[in-house]
Design a protein. Structure first.
Length: 342
């Protein structure tokens, strides 16, 4: 009976169940809300001095009276980005780990100047970084911390699915630590794969730009379409890799293989879930950004974005759990190592 119910979970049912779960267990919003509040009110790591120094170096290399290799518009855009930069934005989860990440964790990466001050006349403390090594170390450390928060967040939401089966409300710390390590390995592997796919395209584009031959330009356009096609299929077939690592408590390769199997057996439902989730995330993000110009609008946007994002995360977990259970021929509660209190 449990198996039949799990197998019957469709796209709309999964989304409804995901948002219902978050409504019942509102504490799941804590991590995205706290991170957004920190990005809004907390200390900022700015790379503005480093960018200004780099632009000055590029200008000096062009020689006295020589034209700068960067157009003035590009320099102005870089300076504007640098003035609003904050490396702590890397605490937010990347989209390939957390479905609906654009809906929550509201504060934009380079638009903090557009957000209202919580206290009139009080500006957040800005820590400038002028050394490249320091910037790289700070960025890497913050990104790793963001991956840990993503692991804790996803394990917490997954644990909430098991509470009705007698599991504790807090995920085992050992599971969180292992999930974090798997997320790091998964991120590195994904970066290497994308790099190997993109490098030939970049080399071909550079050659076409240098030679100006029409044939090479045509080949670049064709290669770009092929890369886009591969990227779409990669996104689809890895759609549940993170869910598999979290729910089944398996390694990166096993998680990827589980995702490929589930998507291959449930291709169109997966496309439907992906499309609806993307539409919900994109639509609500536009709403939050339009109301964030006021203090109350910012608060509503942070809470609303966290709710939408967490609901989408829960929906993905519910959908994957039911489809994987049917694929494995076991009840959803027994899929992988997902055990109460494990």
């Amino acid at each position: 009976m449990v198996r039949e119910q799990a197998a019957s979970v469709g796209v709309v049912d999964a989304l409804s169940a995901g948002f219902a779960l978050v409504a019942r267990r509102a504490w799941l919003l804590a991590i995205p809300v706290l991170v957004d509040l920190f990005l809004w009110l907390g200390v900022r790591l700015s790379v503005e001095p480093l960018v200004r120094e780099a632009l000055a170096t590029v200008g000096s290399l062009s020689g006295a009276g020589g034209a700068s290799p960067l157009p003035e518009e590009a320099q102005a855009a870089l300076l504007q980005w640098a003035a609003q930069s904050n490396l702590f934005v890397l605490l937010r989860p990347p989209g390939f780990l957390v479905q609906g990440a654009s809906a929550g964790w509201l504060v934009p990466a380079a638009a903090e100047a557009a957000t209202p001050a919580a206290f009139p006349g009080v500006q957040p403390l800005v820590l400038p970084i002028s050394n490249l090594g320091t910037a790289l170390a700070a960025g890497a450390g913050t990104f790793l911390a963001g991956l840990f928060l993503a692991a804790l967040y996803l394990c917490w939401v997954a644990q909430a699915l098991l509470q009705d089966e007698g599991a504790p409300w807090w995920p085992p710390l050992r599971h969180v630590g292992r999930t974090w390590a798997r997320f790091v390995a998964y991120t590195v592997a994904l970066g290497l794969v994308l790099g190997m796919l993109a490098l030939p395209l970049l080399a071909l584009a550079a050659l076409a730009l240098a030679s100006g031959q029409a044939l090479l330009v045509w080949m670049v356009n064709l290669s770009s379409l092929a890369f886009l096609w591969l990227w779409v299929w990669l996104v689809l077939y890895l759609f549940f890799a993170v869910e598999a690592m979290v729910l089944n408590r398996v390694g990166v390769w096993a998680g990827v293989w589980s995702s490929i199997q589930v998507v291959a057996r449930n291709f169109w439902p997966t496309v439907g879930l992906f499309a609806l989730s993307t539409l919900i995330a994109a639509g609500t993000t536009v709403i939050w950004q339009r109301i964030q110009g006021t203090l109350w609008g910012m608060a509503v946007g942070i809470l609303g974005g966290a709710f939408i994002q967490t609901g989408l995360v829960a929906a993905n977990l519910i959908f994957f759990r039911s489809r994987y259970a049917r694929l494995a021929g076991v009840p959803a509660a027994g899929a992988g190592e997902t055990r109460p209190g494990a």
